[in-house]
Every structure is written in C-alpha cells, then in structure tokens.
Design a protein. Structure first.
Length: 145
C-alpha cells in the first residue's frame, strides 16, 4: 500500500536529506517530527554559535494522502497548492526572523520547476530579507539557490 512517505518529495524526506546535508556542513541539527505533523521549526541548525532556522515544504501530490478522501484526486492542482505552500513558507520565515532576529532563516524545498519559478519571481525579496533557499533533488542531493 502506498504511503506519503514513499514519495521522495514528501516533506519528511526533504527534511531528512536537508538535515543530513547541513550536518555534513558542520551544523548541529535538531528536527521536528514531520510524520506526526509537529508544530515549530522544521530544522534548527547551529554552527559556530550561529543558529539557522529552516522551514521545509514538500511538493503536493495529485491525490489525497490521508483522511477520508485518501486516494481520491484533489480538485486543486499541485502547482497551485505549491504556490500556497511556498507563500506559507515565506511568511513563516519572515515571522520567525522577527521573533528571532539574531538567527538566520531559510526555506528547504524539493526540486520542482514550480518552486524554482516562484523562487525566481521572489528573488528580490529573498535577497533583501536574507532568506536562504535550499533545494533537494530527487536523488537526494542538496544545493543552495
């Protein structure tokens, strides 16, 4: 039986790959439990007394992954839902930066053209607000956009 965790682009899988990457970069990493839908910072990474707070999003599937509609096709196209998720992530890191001004903030996303287009459209704001973007590829590689 298929589970959402089977998709490489599920938030928990993106979080896992990004956390491993940050550890390889010398960060001490703490993650929240994505499967249980825990609230809070998805990844907190500390290196040289500097904290980075990362909001992670997956990519929407075409079908409902749980609940009473599990397996049914969603009415909202994944690309539109991705737009909403990106907007939520952006606002989340803005709020987090306001609450923790000494920490840096970042967004972690799976590599999908929709997200890459949204990042391109928001480049000015991302740069002005010093928001880092990490992209996780299907084969698990991570790069900064």
């Amino acid at each position: 039986m298929w589970k959402k965790e089977d998709d490489w682009f599920w938030e928990g899988n993106v979080q896992e790959k990004l956390a491993a990457y940050l550890e390889e970069q010398g960060y001490a990493v703490t993650v929240t439990d994505t499967l249980s839908k825990s609230r809070g910072v998805d990844i907190s990474a500390l290196r040289n007394s500097h904290e980075m707070l990362v909001e992670v999003k997956g990519y929407p599937s075409k079908k409902y992954v749980d609940g009473s509609k599990q397996g049914q096709v969603k009415r909202t196209p994944p690309s539109l839902q991705a737009h909403h998720w990106f907007s939520d992530a952006l606002f989340s890191v803005i709020r987090r930066k306001s609450k923790f001004p000494k920490s840096s903030v970042a967004i972690g996303l799976p590599e999908f053209s929709r997200y890459l287009d949204l990042i391109e459209e928001a480049t000015w704001a991302l740069e002005k607000l010093s928001i880092r973007i990490f992209i996780v590829t299907e084969n698990g590689e991570v790069y900064e956009k």
